[in-house]
Write a protein that binds this ligand. Sequence first.
Ligand code: NDP
Length: 448
Amino acid sequence: MSYNYDLFVIGAGSGGIAAARRAAGFGAKVAIAEGNRLGGTCVNRGCIPKKLMVYASHFPALFHDAKGYGWSGVESSFNWQTMITGINNELARLNGVYRQMLETSGVELFSSYAKIIDLHTIEIDNRQVTTDKILIAVGGYPVKPDIPGIEYTITSDDMFLLQSQPKHIAIMGGGYIGVEFACIMNGLGSQVTQLIRRDLILRGFDDDIRTMVQESTIQNGIRIIKVNDPPVIEKTPDGLNVILGDTHQETIPVDAVLTAVGRKPNIKNLGLENAGVEIKNGAIAVNRYSQTSQPNIFAVGDCTDRMNLTPVAINEGRAFADTEFGGKSRTMSYDNIPTAVFSTPEVATVGLRESEANEKFGEEAIKVYRAKFKPTYHGMSGRDARVMVKLVVEAKTDKVLGAHIVGENAAEIIQGIAIALKMGAKKSDFDATVGLHPSIAEEFVTLR
Ligand code: NDP
């Protein structure tokens, strides 16, 4: 049977574009559908605009530090609209780069939303096309908690659209997004109140990291409040009130409330039921080859809710294309995937946290090496900022199971350490490596 396409990809985000280009590179006839801007969450509403905001938020600290190094004080003010315009210009450039990349790869782009009609038929632009294989890469969306006044709150998607800077922002959630935006807005000069429901932010990270980042962000001026009962949000003539119940009984006037309580797969209106694609816990169920319950339909990235990170979606997409179109059967390995939180101070981690290693191997079987220190830079910055590096090692084999860091350039440092862990490096390999002096990274090879 002949089809219009060998592969039809639904969703031109990180995973979809990577898979489409790789498959087309193997000679497949590929189409991709995207109703929104090219690049998906990461490029348009996530990693990239967020990281640009992180950079913007670091300048006041640099202006401060410069004085310790002999520079005269900087008289500067911040213009929110200039930053947002700059971010939008950069995103438009990246959208153009993606369009160009699809064109040069020979992938046909439909700039509309697609719907699955049956196993081999897609409806797009009011017509139907046929395809041998379908790849679903539609990503996720931020969920909102069910609290009174939720309609007055915004999500991370809206943060990049705000016309003016909130003077005081309340942030619900202590995960990646809540912590990153709390630090960004604090750095940009907004007053920040963060509501969390546990003792510590960043559940899922090593406890030493969680404690250090929480202490540091409080020291940097963020107010963190642990709330047992969800708050009530009320509109006022001047903005919003965040009304805290239980032990707090406090009303906090703010200009904006950001909810950052997690994300869900974006699988509505896709026509999955028309093809009998199985859903599990709200996500598209897939095997290790990213194959759904239907052998010719595949899914990658956040819509499968495995590990919701851009480089993971890209790898899943490429593994799919290699297997299905490149004659190289390949699955994605989820071991030792590094991850970072672009907070201030920054966090980066790869491998097992101490508690995980203890659970898996037993406490006596684990050795932990840790150093907390003032880096050379802060010797003259006039800021009391510290760095922490930590290795979790299996005593019997000497294998490094986990590496963790809190501090400047943490993400840049852990990327290299992740290669070592992926190769099965031992603590003795770290010890045998000569340090690069003076640097923060050298502490990883001098831990005793
Ligand atoms: P996370 O799952 O990381 O964190 C959600 C936070 O919201 C947790 O602190 C959680 O608390 C809290 N929460 C959940 N439900 C409620 C509720 N009903 N009331 C109050 N608090 C609640 O989700 P995010 O939205 O921060 O991020 C989504 C995902 O996006 C991340 O998991 C990550 O995969 C990805 N991401 C990655 C980034 C990166 O790589 N740097 C950056 C941003 C996002 P509790 O801990 O108690 O459950």
